[in-house]
Design a binder for this molecule. Sequence first.
Ligand SMILES: Nc1ncnc2c1ncn2[C@@H]1O[C@H](COP(=O)(O)OP(=O)(O)O)[C@@H](O)[C@H]1O
Ligand SMILES: [Mg+2]
Length: 221
Amino acid sequence: MSTLLRLKNVNLKYQTGKELIKVLQGIDLTTKKKETISIVGESGSGKTSLIMLIAGLEKATSGKIFFKDQEISKLNEDEVSQIRRKNIGIIFQSFYLIPNYTAVENVALTLELNKFKNPQQKAKSLLDRFGLKHRLNNLPSQLSGGEQQRVAIARAIAMKPELILADEPTGNLDSENSSMIADILFNFAKEEGSSLIIVTHDSKLANRAKRKIKIKDGKID
Ligand SMILES: Nc1ncnc2c1ncn2[C@@H]1O[C@H](COP(=O)(O)OP(=O)(O)O)[C@@H](O)[C@H]1O
Ligand SMILES: [Mg+2]
């Protein structure tokens, strides 16, 4: 299988006042297309920061990051966001849905932005597949946590991204909803041939990934 992501000696530091915080240090990581990977580690170890770097939502202090042989760490914000919009679906613990958009509209918006045909119809069929047929026209505030996360996942994967990044996607959910979300993510990745990188505290969820990466004090353990 060919390479999807390559991180070479990546460091991330934050200067807050006089203090220099070394968040990630000397990260070397290569992942393959279609690979499923879990990232585990204590709170504050740098997991979210790593996801943000891979997504191009944060800039590394030093080091190089390649996505499909393109060095994204040297691109400007606009260039990175174009690559991200086409290729990467991101799911967070707090769902970040647009509050005044219905479930369908939240999902359709991404498809519209990517110039897909029939965005409403595609959004509906995806939500239907995730068991939300009866919630299509509800606002996020009218949905349960599990339902909101399913909408957020539908939005993230609607354009069938080559990479799905999920940062503690079940962190706010009960065990029943967690296992449903896990099924949706892993089944979708398998069916569409997407790579899935998932940060989680849930060992059952982490063990579903083919490869497990442990982060400790900003380093790969
Ligand atoms: N914008 C920031 N400014 C300063 N420190 C930060 C910032 N973002 C994260 N950190 C620090 O980086 C460390 C790692 O954070 P994070 O990646 O969120 O960890 P995790 O997701 O593993 O809990 C923490 O000590 C956190 O306080
Ligand atoms: Mg985190």
